[in-house]
Design a protein around this ligand. Structure first.
Ligand code: 1HN
Length: 354
């Protein structure tokens, strides 16, 4: 028996004995616990709307929105099955609400975003105000606010739900309540929060209290116009094209404190320079088509190439390189946990020198 194997046997025996006391040797796992660079441990993923939509519509015949509470097909990362995670920190799902249906009022400490994928005319009510939702609108449901949805239009509505479920689960800070009525009482006229907070003005005595934005619908018409004017005015960023982040006008931060939300226009013929950042991201294709190489090397080789079209969804893991390529103009919505990472001085990016 060599000294080493004696040593190893002695160590194994030691690990077993300390294991009985719920202890473990750090030196066996230290390299994994403190890696030299992020090792995401989850994969790029893509859901084509063409493949998903028939199942969404089929779910409409299986259960009502009222019975389901929320009729949603979860977009679960293939390497995180069973966890309801699109990335280790983010939940994503596609919600269907049919004409005449109501998704009953409830509230929870998890924050939610809605990004409207198909249809228009359904409303969501948040904290006493309704807003009618249209394709491309970005709508928020802040933590612990009552919310219900209803579809008084004649077409199905589908939206992307993004929630900070894994984050709240990690903190074990989840609470939820059902409303007394299916539909909450409407106490303010439609457009009230828009009037007060969305014109570069704030009520004179507004006190920045909570972290979430006082605006709850950021309509696509305005976002799209901003992008179009920006694209007309100057050259795209080599990594992002023309990219904007949604903002809480009262504090300059993200509208939802746990999730950053972004919209970017990729001009016709654009090929982005390889870029990576520590926030894993979920993308929703708003306009156009193109392809994205995910997790390639600095020279733009290898990785997974996702070919996407309007209404598709895809996931870019943390610290995986992203390269977008389009023929015609395209618009992408995305969300990530970037605001949390920034608060904690953790967020990093690598622009590959661009
Ligand atoms: C929720 O409340 C909604 O309000 C959507 O539309 C998705 C996923 C998990 C837990 C609560 C909604 C949800 C959710």
């Amino acid at each position: 028996m060599t000294t080493t194997s004696t040593g190893n046997n002695a160590r194994r025996d030691f690990y077993e004995r300390i294991g009985a006391l719920s202890m473990a040797p750090l030196w066996e796992s230290m390299h994994q616990l403190v890696p030299p660079a992020p090792m995401p441990g989850y994969v790029a993923a893509h859901w084509s709307y063409e493949a998903v939509r028939p199942f969404l519509m089929e779910s409409g015949g299986l259960i009502t929105a009222k019975e389901a509470i929320r009729r949603v097909l979860i977009l679960e990362n293939p390497s995180l099955r069973g966890t309801a995670c699109a990335t280790p920190t983010l939940y994503a799902g596609l919600q269907l609400i049919l004409p005449g249906e109501v998704a009953p009022s409830h509230r929870h400490t998890q924050s939610a975003l809605r990004f409207i994928v198909e249809g228009e005319g359904a409303y969501t009510a948040v904290a006493g105000e309704r807003t009618i939702m249209r394709e491309g609108d970005f709508v928020i449901t802040p933590s612990w606010t009552w919310h219900d949805h209803g579809n008084e239009s004649s077409q199905p509505m589908v939206w992307l739900d993004g929630l900070d479920i894994p984050i709240v689960r990690m903190f074990n800070a989840g609470f939820a309540e059902n409303g007394a009525e299916d539909e909450q009482e409407v106490t303010r006229p439609e457009g009230d929060s828009d009037a007060r907070y969305a014109s570069g003005l704030l009520p004179v005595d507004h006190k920045p209290g909570r972290a979430a934005s006082p605006i709850f619908n950021y309509p696509y018409a305005r976002t799209r116009e901003a992008l179009a004017r920006m694209a007309k005015a100057g050259a795209p960023d080599p990594c992002h094209g023309h990219k904007l982040r949604y903002v809480n006008p009262a504090n300059g931060g993200a509208p939802i404190p746990t999730m950053g939300t972004f919209m970017q226009l990729l001009p016709a013929g654009f090929a982005s320079a390889p870029y990576r950042s520590t926030d894993g991201q979920v993308f929703s294709v708003v306009e156009g088509s193109g392809e994205t190489r995910i997790g390639g090397d600095a020279a733009g080789k290898g990785g997974t190439v996702v070919q996407w079209r309007k209404r598709d969804h895809f996931v870019v893991p943390s610290w995986a390189r992203v390269e977008h390529r389009v023929e015609g103009e395209a618009v992408l919505f995305s969300f990530s946990d970037r605001p949390i990472q920034e608060r904690l001085d953790l967020w990093r990016e690598d622009r590959g020198g661009k």
